[in-house]
Ligand binder design. Structure first.
Ligand code: NAP
Length: 291
């Protein structure tokens, strides 16, 4: 069994970008600039946005964090995004999800200019991704693809089971794995909360991508010998032994499942850091595409 080390691959990806930024500086060109919008003060969202801003600093990108009150109106948020769309110095815009209930995710996503949509959630970018065209790929599935590429994991002809069909993880993941492209060419089964016989489907999988948000859902008896396991889930569970008061749990029962696998991502330290590295790559692309 080999651990797919997201920290290591993320570091390598960020180091590569750092060199590219240094090159831009030498050439007197524009440096990538990411704007992150955080509405309210959800603990997990604070952590994710903080990590994204920190990564920008490490690489040499500019970043602007815009904090807005939980009760901001939808119109006001949309006008903040309009301003960022118009700002020539801003290359990429991300609005941290989830948003408060009174704000429509869809309206917010559709307001971001597709050329600045570094999360790859705008329908124009999703459409391009589905057609295999050059675009921003949603950061989590993109990060997983980068990890498969780094470890040169052959996916061609394999049966991949994706658990979860969200627009940000499961659905784009299923599309990328099924594409006629390197690290694609899988036969993909996408599953969700209405799927029958999920355990049986999983047992036939060469690759499982677990993205449902239920801690330790994937058990040992759902996994066949030698399977490749990508654990996307991150759930905070109370843990009095931790200073923070919580521990992070993945969607896979790592202890029981890992001895059976050929490759597995840990939580934390697997898909999470890769999501950030992929977002950085998208931000760099947004800047370079304008040159
Ligand atoms: N590592 C990272 O960087 C990263 C990034 C994003 C998300 N995440 C984590 O990944 C997990 C999933 O995130 P998400 O945003 O995709 O979640 P989501 O929007 O809540 O979607 C969850 C999906 O799982 C499905 N599901 C729920 N219960 C199920 C069950 N018992 N059997 C099969 N499918 C089931 C749901 O089915 P229905 O469609 O039928 O409801 C839905 O499609 C969360 O833990 C999240 O924190 C991690």
């Amino acid at each position: 069994m080999q651990i797919l080390d997201g920290q290591l691959v993320s570091r390598a990806t960020k180091d590569e970008l750092k060199l590219k930024v240094a090159q831009l500086v030498t050439e007197g060109k524009k440096i990538p600039h990411l704007a992150a919008v955080l509405v309210g003060s959800n603990g997990a969202s604070e952590t994710y946005v903080g990590a994204k801003v920190k990564a920008c600093g490490e690489i040499g990108f500019k970043s602007t964090l815009i904090r807005l009150e939980e009760d901001i109106s939808e119109n006001k948020l949309l006008s903040v995004i309009d301003d960022l769309n118009l700002d020539q110095d801003i290359d990429g815009i991300l609005v941290q999800l989830p948003l408060p209930k009174h704000i429509s995710d869809e309206k917010v996503i559709n307001t971001i200019l597709p050329s600045k949509d570094v999360d790859g959630f705008h329908p124009a970018n999703v459409g391009k991704m589905v057609q295999g065209l050059d675009t921003f790929i949603p950061a989590t599935p993109y990060g997983i693809m980068l990890m498969l590429e780094h470890y040169k994991i052959e996916t061609k002809g394999k049966h991949a089971v994706v658990i979860g069909r969200s627009n940000i993880v499961g659905r784009p993941m299923s599309i990328l794995l099924s594409q006629s492209a390197p690290y694609g060419n899988c036969t993909v089964t996408i599953t969700h909360s209405h799927t029958k016989n999920l355990a049986e489907i999983c047992r036939s999988a060469d690759i499982i991508v677990a993205a449902l948000g239920i801690p330790e859902f994937v058990k040992e008896d759902m996994v066949k010998e030698g399977a490749i396991i990508i654990d996307v889930g991150i759930t905070r569970v109370p843990d009095a032994s931790k200073k923070s008061g919580f521990a992070l749990k993945g969607d896979v029962d790592f202890k029981a499942v890992s001895p059976k696998c050929s490759f597995i991502t840990p939580v934390p330290g697997g898909v999470g850091p890769m999501t950030i590295a992929a977002l950085m790559k998208n931000t760099f692309k947004a800047c370079i595409d304008k040159l």
